[in-house]
Design a protein around this ligand. Structure first.
Ligand SMILES: Nc1ncnc2c1ncn2[C@@H]1O[C@H](COP(=O)(O)OP(=O)(O)OP(=O)(O)O)[C@@H](O)[C@H]1O
Ligand SMILES: O=P(O)(O)OC[C@H]1O[C@H](OP(=O)(O)OP(=O)(O)O)[C@H](O)[C@@H]1O
Ligand SMILES: [Mg+2]
Length: 286
C-alpha cells in the first residue's frame, strides 16, 4: 500500500466497468500503470492511490472508509444501501433493472407476483420495489446467470439488468416491469482523507465527461439570422460571437450536444449559415 494520507480511489478490477473506469481516469490526466493483475497502483504527480476491487464491493468499502472515492454502478450503490454520496454520473455503463417473466406468462405487472419465487442479484432493490404493492415474494439471492433460473425451475420471475435485451430473448423472457435506470457513477464517503485532491479529481472527471457529451460547432451566419441560430445552438453557457469582415455576417463558436449535432447543422444550413464545422473536444473546463 502507498502512503496513508494519499486519497484512495476504488476501481473495478475486472468486468465490463474495469476498462471504462481506467480509460476515464487516464483521459482525465491520471497517469498510472497497473502491473499485471496487481490490486494497487500509485498515480504519478498526484497524492492518489488506486485500489482494484470487485465492482459490487466498492459501495460498501467506500462507506466503511477503506477507500475515499470509487467508481461503480449506481445499481450496486442502491443495492448495498451504502452511506456514500454520488458525486457525478460518468455517462457510461447505462442499463435498466427489470422484473422479467417467461414470454408466455399471463402476469401483467409486479402486482401479480404475490407468492412467486423471484431470483435476483438485487434482493434489496427487488424487495423494496415489490413491497410498495404489498407483495412479498420469495427472493432467491444469486450472484449471476439469473436468466437461466426460470428454465431450471428455481424461479417464476427474475429481477436482472437489461442492456440490449439479447440475454432475455435468448432465454425466452420478456420485461414485466422496469424498476429503474442506472449508470456508472463516482462516489465519495463523508470522511474523505483529502478533500482538496478529491475536488481536483471531480473537476478533472467533469471535464472529460462533458467533453465526451459535447462537440464544438463553428459557423458563419448573417446577423439577421443570428437570434434564430442562437435558438438552435444556445450553448452550454452562451455562444461566442465574433465579427467578420463583411459587416452583415458574424462567426459563432458554441458547444452542442453530440447527439444533436447533425440535426443542428441541417437547421443552421437552412437558416443560411455557411462554413459549419464540428470539432471533437477531449477535455474542457467550463
Ligand atoms: N449489460 C449489462 N449487464 C450487467 N451490468 C451492466 C450492463 N451494462 C452496464 N452494467 C453495469 O456494470 C455493472 C457490473 O459490473 P461488473 O464489473 O460486475 O461487470 P461484469 O462484466 O458483470 O462482471 P462479472 O463477470 O463479474 O459479472 C452493473 O452493476 C451495472 O452497473
Ligand atoms: O440485455 P443484455 O445486453 O443481454 O445484457 C444483460 C445481461 O448482461 C449481464 O450479465 P453478465 O454478462 O454480466 O453475466 P453474469 O450473469 O455472469 O454477471 C446481466 O446480468 C444480463 O444477464
Ligand atoms: Mg455480470
Amino acid at each position: 500500500m502507498g502512503n496513508n494520507t494519499n486519497l484512495r480511489i476504488g476501481l473495478p478490477s475486472k468486468g465490463r466497468l474495469s476498462d471504462l473506469a481506467g480509460d476515464l481516469l487516464k483521459q482525465a490526466g491520471l497517469r498510472f500503470r497497473r502491473q499485471n493483475r496487481s490490486l494497487f497502483a500509485r498515480v504519478s504527480d498526484l497524492p492518489v492511490d488506486l485500489i482494484f476491487l470487485r465492482t459490487d464491493d466498492i459501495p460498501t468499502l467506500c462507506a466503511e472508509g477503506a477507500i475515499d472515492m470509487g467508481i461503480t454502478g449506481s445499481d450496486l450503490v442502491d443495492e448495498a444501501q451504502a452511506d456514500v454520496s454520488v458525486r457525478m454520473p460518468l455517462g457510461v455503463g447505462r442499463c435498466r433493472l427489470a422484473i422479467c417473466v417467461p414470454e408466455d406468462s399471463p402476469a401483467e405487472s409486479g402486482k401479480d407476483l404475490a407468492g412467486a419465487r423471484v431470483a435476483t442479484s438485487f434482493p434489496n432493490i427487488s424487495g423494496n420495489h415489490l413491497a410498495q404493492y404489498g407483495v412479498t415474494p420469495h427472493l432467491v439471492h444469486l450472484s449471476g446467470s439469473v436468466e437461466v433460473m426460470i428454465s431450471l425451475g428455481i424461479a417464476d420471475a427474475i429481477v436482472d439488468l437489461v442492456e440490449t435485451g439479447s440475454t432475455l430473448a435468448a432465454n425466452k423472457l420478456r420485461i414485466l416491469e422496469e424498476i429503474g435506470t442506472y449508470e456508472t457513477v463516482l462516489i465519495q464517503n463523508g470522511k474523505c482523507r483529502d478533500r482538496v485532491t478529491a475536488e481536483r479529481i471531480v473537476r478533472r472527471l467533469e471535464g472529460v465527461v462533458i467533453a465526451r457529451d459535447f462537440s464544438l460547432l463553428e459557423y458563419n451566419i448573417p446577423k439577421s439570422a443570428l437570434s434564430a441560430a442562437e435558438k438552435i445552438t444556445p450553448g452550454f453557457n452562451s455562444p461566442t460571437i465574433n465579427p467578420l469582415e463583411d459587416q452583415d455576417w458574424c462567426a459563432v463558436r458554441v458547444m452542442v450536444k453530440r447527439s444533436g449535432v447533425i440535426d443542428a447543422m441541417e437547421q443552421l444550413e437552412t437558416l443560411g449559415a455557411s462554413a459549419i464545422m464540428e470539432t471533437e473536444i477531449t477535455n474542457c473546463r467550463l
